[in-house]
Design a protein around this ligand. Structure first.
Ligand SMILES: NC(=O)c1ccc[n+]([C@@H]2O[C@H](COP(=O)([O-])OP(=O)(O)OC[C@H]3O[C@@H](n4cnc5c(N)ncnc54)[C@H](O)[C@@H]3O)[C@@H](O)[C@H]2O)c1
Ligand SMILES: [Zn+2]
Length: 382
């Protein structure tokens, strides 16, 4: 079959790779109909993951049709249209039973690769072949989906592919941010990053009844999209004093909940010192901690690989902040989000700004990486 492979730093190629096969009784094989780029792919693309190997198949967000099922699969049959959650989770371990699929103890086939770094590994993930379990990704004609009754969810007929696709990762991640922030009716919420994840975090906050949601970015077209589709108030950090504006939007206190959904790693203190030379990007995490009202919550979704220098821990204690993090969403929210999509409460198809055949995926990734031509998500069809 054809698949998009990482072949070296900033080099991708569509290649012939072996067809996947059922390996365990709870596996299914899915014929991919759509797959999407994600901000989390960019560090991989740049070659910043030492566990990535030439030939690894990328793609964490995809949707397709079941073509084969293992004998232990109960919920799916051939022909079902399914969205496949980005995380691979067993459904039976202590964490899965607690609803924390992203922390599954059995999702990664190579837990030791991450245990050493963070204390314990998280679940597996498609398209992160070695660091997260060895699962080939969805930028391919076919994918093997393990623990299919847990990992794959049937899509209601009324929800089209371009909408349902984002129920795999971007929508549940956005939802998780609002949930971890415990967004309540009347809250003021600020989201750093107007990519698909930030926009869907903003939408989730409005669905939970927040009074205002502000989205911070530098890309005008992304900010306009967030404004048009989520009702968010846009703030361009290149043109405004973000902290002052946010205080202005929240009775002088600062937002109740701040979500960090930026795509770049945080600036290190040494980078800050030489900031003028490496670009004028403020550190979103630090800005969120400073801007958040006393007693508020900061939710960190991205831009945090590795260690963070110059983190204002004093502000966390002095202001009684709650800081919560998540690397990937939990599968439990996917059916609920598909229902909301079916009811037209949650629309996501506008995020698919570029639709391309799989053969053109390297070009799609270049557009996405450079945020060229207004690209928010490139979506591929094999
Ligand atoms: N935790 C999870 O479950 C999960 C799942 C998927 C993605 N992610 C992460 O979420 C983040 C966002 O994903 P995406 O696909 O929307 O990424 P993206 O790259 O499409 O968008 C990121 C946006 O952040 C903006 N940005 C960068 N620095 C900023 C700053 N200092 N202030 C304000 N905005 C800034 C960029 O301009 C860009 O528009 C990524 O880091 C990704 O790894 C997390
Ligand atoms: Zn589990």
């Amino acid at each position: 079959m054809r698949a998009l492979c990482w072949v070296g730093a900033d080099q991708l190629a569509v290649r012939e790779v072996p067809d996947p096969e059922l390996r365990n009784e709870r596996d299914i094989i899915v014929r991919v109909r759509r797959s999407a780029t994600c901000g989390a792919d960019l560090p991989l693309l740049a070659g910043r993951d030492p566990l990535l190997r030439s030939g690894d198949v990328l793609g964490a967000e995809f949707l397709g049709e079941v073509v084969e099922t293992g004998p232990g699969v109960r919920r799916h049959r051939s022909g079902d249209r399914v969205v496949v959650g980005a995380g691979v989770a067993c459904g039976g371990c202590w964490y899965c039973r607690a609803g924390l699929h992203a922390c599954c103890d059995n999702g990664s086939t190579e837990p030791a690769s991450v245990d050493d770094g963070w204390g314990r590994s998280d679940a597996g993930c498609f398209g992160r072949p070695r660091a997260a379990g060895g699962f080939a990704g969805g930028h391919a004609e076919y994918v093997r989906v393990p623990y299919a009754d847990v990992t794959a969810v049937r899509v209601p007929d009324v929800v089209g592919d371009d909408r349902a696709l984002f129920a795999a990762d971007a929508a549940p991640t956005g939802w998780l941010a609002a949930e971890l922030g415990a967004v309540r009716p009347g809250d003021v919420v600020a989201v750093w990053g107007a990519g698909a994840v930030g926009q869907l975090a903003a939408r989730a906050a409005t669905l939970r009844g927040c009074a205002r949601v502000v989205v911070v970015d530098r890309h005008e077209e992304r900010l306009r999209m967030a404004e048009r589709h989520t009702g968010a108030e846009p703030l361009n950090y290149r043109r405004t004093d973000v902290s002052a504006e946010l205080r202005d939007h929240s009775g002088g206190r600062g937002p109740d909940v701040c979500v960090v959904a930026v795509g770049e790693p945080p600036a290190r203190s040494v980078v800050d010192r030489f900031g003028a030379r490496v670009g004028d990007r403020p550190d979103a995490l630090r800005e969120a901690v400073y801007a958040c009202r006393k007693g508020g919550t900061v939710v960190v979704l991205g831009g945090t690989d590795g260690f963070v220098d110059a983190f204002p821990l004093g502000a966390v204690t002095d202001k009684r902040l709650t800081v919560r993090g998540a690397r990937r969403p939990d599968l439990r929210d996917v059916p609920m989000l598909l229902d909301r999509m079916a009811r037209d409460e949650l629309r996501t198809e506008h995020l698919a700004t570029h639709r391309l055949p799989l053969e053109e995926a390297p070009r799609g990734y270049a557009l996405f990486r450079d945020r060229a031509d207004g690209c928010v998500r490139a979506v591929f069809s094999p």
